[in-house]
Unconditional design. Structure first.
Ligand code: GLY
Length: 353
């Protein structure tokens, strides 16, 4: 079992990582959650495998439980599905002293977390992430949101959970594509802050290697993210380093309609395209791109895409990461050392080629 404290003053919470923790969620929360009712928000895929296990663990501790299940997929992360969730929470009679638990991947954490942040002006919630991407990234740090037709995550909040319970065993049922999706994000963490973890990844060859080291990978990535969030909860400075590979990656995802490339695949492509350029500009240590590319390829992750840089610039121009005429880009000095560079948007063509 591994525990990480995220120190955010009155919003401080623990992340607990333990095989089998899903069955213990009820007993874990009993000591500090005085709710009578608990609404579990989850999607159809996750509910069919894990919904009942979580519900039983809560009922054993005498909570009154309701499972609210929405159709799996990013297309559910919208205001229409959110409205249906609000209606279900009202019908269940959830009050401000009750609890919401999100059980699922990034979509569930974002959508269910935003429901928790906004229903009755805020209800306590707990994240139980089930995908590798959610376990190492989206369940930690309090970003919750829904998409608008004009873009992803455009309506949201910073709303910290009361706890995050991570069960690495759940990764055994995760489809290979999504294991790799999360692994690309883990590679990103190692690139920006943890050379030693990157070297460990270089020694891995198979999906079993990832699963067998999952507890350590999750612990190290969450520790990195936790420290960054403690310094910059509201994403105004250091937290932006987590977006290494994301500016280009997001443009790639969007250009291909969000269904050709997963988030992690986009990030992998973004890390390579950015680092290839910054290496030529002598910002990044020579040989860095080759090492990252070799690692991504070993796990069947794409490293390039046929997309003209002008198309990437067009999408980045509308990105919410842009601030006035400036944009912050994230580059590597070397593996383990990511840095922010603030540039005029008009100079973007020098960095994203
Ligand atoms: N996923 C990036 C962040 O939470 O800031």
């Amino acid at each position: 079992m591994q525990k990480i404290k995220i120190n955010l003053g009155p919003k401080t919470y623990d992340i607990e990582i333990e095989a089998g923790i899903l069955e213990k969620v009820g007993s874990k929360i009993k000591s500090f959650i005085s709710a009578e009712k608990v609404a579990i928000i989850t999607d159809t895929n996750v509910d069919s495998i894990y919904g009942e296990i979580l519900e039983n663990s809560l009922k054993k501790e005498n909570y009154i439980v309701e499972r609210i299940v929405f159709p799996a997929g990013e297309q559910s992360k919208n205001l229409q599905v959110l409205e249906k969730i609000y209606a279900r929470l009202s019908d269940f009679g959830l009050t401000r002293s009750d609890l919401i638990i999100t059980l699922g991947g990034g979509v569930t954490g974002d959508l269910g977390g935003f429901a928790a942040a906004s229903f009755l002006r805020g209800v306590d919630f707990i994240q139980v992430p089930t995908s590798l991407l959610a376990q190492i990234d989206s369940s930690v740090g309090g970003k919750v949101a829904v998409d608008l037709p004009s873009g992803k995550n455009l309506v949201g909040h910073f709303y910290q959970p009361k706890a995050v319970y991570i069960d690495p065993e759940l990764l055994r049922t995760l489809p290979e594509k999504y294991l790799h999706d999360g692994f690309a994000e883990a590679i990103k963490y190692s690139c920006i802050r943890d050379l030693d973890l990157f070297k460990k990844f270089e020694k891995m060859d198979t999906d079993d290697d990832i699963i067998n080291s999952a507890e350590e990978i999750i612990f190290r990535c969450c520790s990195i993210k936790g420290k960054i969030v403690e310094n910059d909860e509201l994403d105004k400075g250091e937290r932006m380093v987590l977006n290494f590979g994301h500016t280009i990656g997001h443009a790639v995802e969007k250009y291909y309609g969000f269904d050709k490339y997963t988030h992690g695949e986009g990030v992998g492509i973004g890390m390579i395209r950015m680092t290839d350029t910054t290496e030529r500009l002598n910002i990044t240590e020579k040989g860095t791109t080759e090492r990252i590319e070799k690692l991504l390829k070993k796990f069947n992750l794409p490293t390039s895409v046929q997309m003209d840089s002008s198309e990437i610039h067009k999408i980045i121009k509308m990105d919410k990461k842009k601030s006035g005429s400036k944009i912050t880009i994230i580059v590597l000095k070397k593996i383990g050392q990511g840095e922010l560079i603030k540039i005029d948007f008009k100079d973007i063509g020098q960095y994203i080629i």
